[in-house]
Design a protein around this ligand. Structure first.
Ligand code: ADP
Ligand code: MG
Length: 361
């Protein structure tokens, strides 16, 4: 259905896509994963003709879509794309968002378009919202409307570019359920996503993109459980972390909090974990405060994709004593808060330092 050969795309001197080759058959669900900045969006935009490739070919149902003689609007009708940021028409109600293109581009009658729109809204669970405006909907509902709008054009292929990345974590699953449902109905889909569990269970094949190419591809089981190439392995098992070296009690707590929030957002951590983490750090730093007069503190926050857990490691110099030992801590309530928000707290003496490891709830 889609065949991409030796596709390249440069932005000025920046070679984003170098030599992308792939083939997608009818009814397949393909997930594309990979670090950010590797050209996943660019690839989707090239396939959908939103970006002009620098070289190579793209065939849709055997038709070379880069050929100047190709009827581009006709090809576009076969494909539709769902973006991270919904891109709904804010001044139109849900129903009008769904019917405007079928009426203007497919020449459907208003009645026909509205009937179809209602069927689709029922499919995505939003029939009740037909006459609401986008700003009256939650993020998850907006994205379901965006998917519905896409379906209203009767596409043969849907391209999703990180459809859940800008959603509050509580709303991710409603959108993923809708996509999963389309997959079951046999829709051909290409999904760029950071949701590894979802990619694993919804896709026929997973493609790992890196270095401007499809670096490795295989079944979800192959890619997630037994990747063959080093970079794929590193990505799948990656642990993301941020590090703070705190040298005095005068450190900038607000900047630190803001950075940690951004980190949590990037890793798409559940809201509860974020809140636990920020509170835990705040309480820990209160407890460490008197230590910071005489020693420095190294704090590392790490998220393991595979284990799906957040770990906080604090290292401080000074005599061998557990900084959270209750006899050392004046603030008992802070300590019990920390205990409530963690699954485990481990103390070790390593290289003449006191190391505390906390696993967050
Ligand atoms: P991904 O979706 O994998 O995160 P993108 O396809 O968005 O990656 O971007 C890949 C690279 O191309 C990035 O370095 C980005 O800055 C660059 N890029 C994307 N679009 C443009 C553009 N229109 N002009 C210049 N550079 C761009
Ligand atoms: Mg992208």
């Amino acid at each position: 259905m889609i065949k991409v050969e030796h596709l390249s795309k440069n932005f000025g001197n920046l070679a984003v896509l170098k030599d992308v080759n792939l083939e997608i058959r009818e009814g397949e669900v393909i997930s594309i994963i990979g670090p950010s900045g590797t050209g996943k969006s660019t690839l989707l935009r090239c396939i959908n003709l939103l970006d002009r490739p620098s070289g190579g070919s793209i065939y849709i149902d055997g038709v070379d879509i880069l050929d100047s003689k190709t009827d581009v609007p006709k090809i576009r009708q076969k494909m539709n794309m769902v973006f991270q940021s919904f891109n709904l028409f804010a001044h139109l109600c849900v129903m009008d968002n769904l019917t405007i293109a079928p009426i203007k581009l497919l020449g459907k009658s208003k009645q026909e378009a509205e009937q179809k729109a209602m069927e689709i809204l029922t499919l995505v669970g939003l029939a009740e919202k037909a006459h609401n405006y986008p700003d009256e909907l939650s993020g998850g509902q907006k994205q379901r409307v965006a998917i519905a709008r896409c379906l209203a054009m009767d596409p043969e292929i849907i391209l999703f570019d990180e459809p859940t990345s800008s959603l509050d974590p509580t709303m991710v699953s409603e959108v993923l359920s809708v996509i999963r449902r389309l997959g079951k109905k046999g829709m051909t889909m290409v999904i760029v996503t950071h949701e590894m569990e979802f990619a694993r269970d919804v896709s026929n094949r997973v493609m790992y993109m890196d270095e401007g190419i499809i670096y490795e591809e295989g079944s979800p089981k192959q890619i997630f459980d037994n990747p063959q190439k080093e970079k794929t392995r590193a990505f799948i098992n990656r642990v993301r972390s941020i590090h703070y070296h705190i040298a005095s009690p005068k450190y900038d707590l607000f900047t630190m909090h803001a950075e940690i929030e951004v980190f949590c957002e990037k890793q798409i951590l559940p809201l509860k974990t974020r809140q636990n983490l920020l509170l835990t750090i705040e309480e820990l730093l209160r407890i460490y405060r008197h230590l910071l007069l005489t020693t420095v503190l190294d704090m590392t926050l790490a998220y393991s994709e595979k284990q799906g857990r957040v770990e906080l490691v604090l290292e401080s110099a000074g005599e061998a004593v557990n900084p959270l030992d209750s006899t050392e801590v004046a603030d008992e309530s802070g300590l019990s808060l920390i205990r409530n928000m963690t699954q485990g707290i481990d103390y070790q003496r390593v290289n003449n330092k006191n190391r505390l490891t906390l696993i967050l709830n």
